[in-house]
Design a protein around this ligand. Sequence first.
Ligand code: G3P
Length: 497
Amino acid sequence: MKKYIMALDQGTTSSRCILFNREGKICSMAQKEFTQYFPKPGWVEHDPMEIWSSQISVATEAMSRIGVASREIGAIGITNQRETTIVWDKATGEPVYPAIVWQCRRTADIIEELKADGFDRLILEKTGLIPDAYFSGSKVKWILDHVEGARERAQKGELLFGTVDTWLIWKLTQGAVHVTDYTNASRTMLFDIHNLAWDKEILERLDIPECMLPQVKPSSCIYGYTDESVLQGGIPIAGAAGDQQAALFGQCCLEKGDVKNTYGTGCFLLMNTGEQAVRSRNGLLTTIAASFSDKVQYALEGSVFVAGAAIQWLRDDLEMLRNAGESEKYCLSVENSNDIYVVPAFTGLGAPYWDQYARGVVVGITRGTGKAHLIRATVESLAYQVHDVIKAMEQDAGVPLNSLKVDGGACANNFLMQFQSDILNARVERPQCIETTALGAAYLAGIAVGFWKDREEIRKYWALEHAFAPDMDEEKRSGLLKGWKKAVRCSFDWARD
Ligand code: G3P
């Protein structure tokens, strides 16, 4: 009897595994943070082997915590940090270079070259993406350009490329399956989101051989089975989606116009636009939402690169917090941020500004600025960034947003959620299960194997935990936003030569 669906949630800073039961409830969970490498300013890398070992160890841990055997698991759904790029040897499984993480800025020059001769317009038209070092395309090119012999080996079919979903599926099947899903493919900057195919013109321009790319499939289907040597059984791997698209699904944002925001390492706001690929005029991306067949749904996305990562910075680098949760206490210990603003543009600015050269700033410091003010201003920066993205989305959609569904770690912070509601002047809805990324991946896998019937069934499991209503007068709101806009301008272009 199949009792559980396993979600593997491979995020930017940790690998997690959650086992869900038939009611979509969490039965067991295990999590492990892994090493972040910052070899140069603006560069971010992971060790692909540590991604794999941490992921498989949490899977085993989650199973043993409640004594689950692999035969009780109906399917595995994978969700992952998107865009992060891995290239490995097909025969040995050895990565030829560390994983270049989505946040890494090393390929800004490659993007500048594409922009210089107008190729960025073609990329935007075909991929729905505003060319940026964020996406996988320039990262694959960088590896092929810089690792000796890599391009020749790739041309001979000896090397494979994958985003993290692809890497995990390849490892879980011991090299039998080289595949990705439409959501992840749509973040590579190499995929034509209208024709649903790798784009030959872009591949040629970046000099990337097509034979190293995975086969692309819907987000809910059986890709393969785990090899007996991992997890002691052949479990179907039946769901895969980039973490933000998985969260959109897990939040049951299944209809056109539904919006969610995830407060993770970054903040990612997605609006389901149904079968129409809407082109933004305000700095948002067009991307593919989790789909069950080759008839895909699309979404508009506002990507903010640094959100929870700023709290992690307060904790790990400035050593101002013992844990992220403590930030709420500091925020509430002061009446306001004492007119200081933190713009955490550590890896440039994403939507709606798209400035590869922006860097972080703290402005307005006086002799009266204290630790709690700095912490509060950092937490507030998450809400301001989300505000800016929502304004862009409202302009694209032509309608104001009445409410926002939230999830991700930082949405547990009640101060932040209230401030978010105040600054947006809109209702913020937090569901009972805030692990919606993992839940979305589980739903996709579970539906593929018949564990759940369909989208209608899972809709029943979404339940509200708390709604935050706006409680700030217009004068205060517009004053705070004016200061924020001024602060953002200070961060622009800082790292440009
Ligand atoms: O696009 C990057 C995104 O997928 C990373 O998500 O949750 O690891 O911040 P997260």
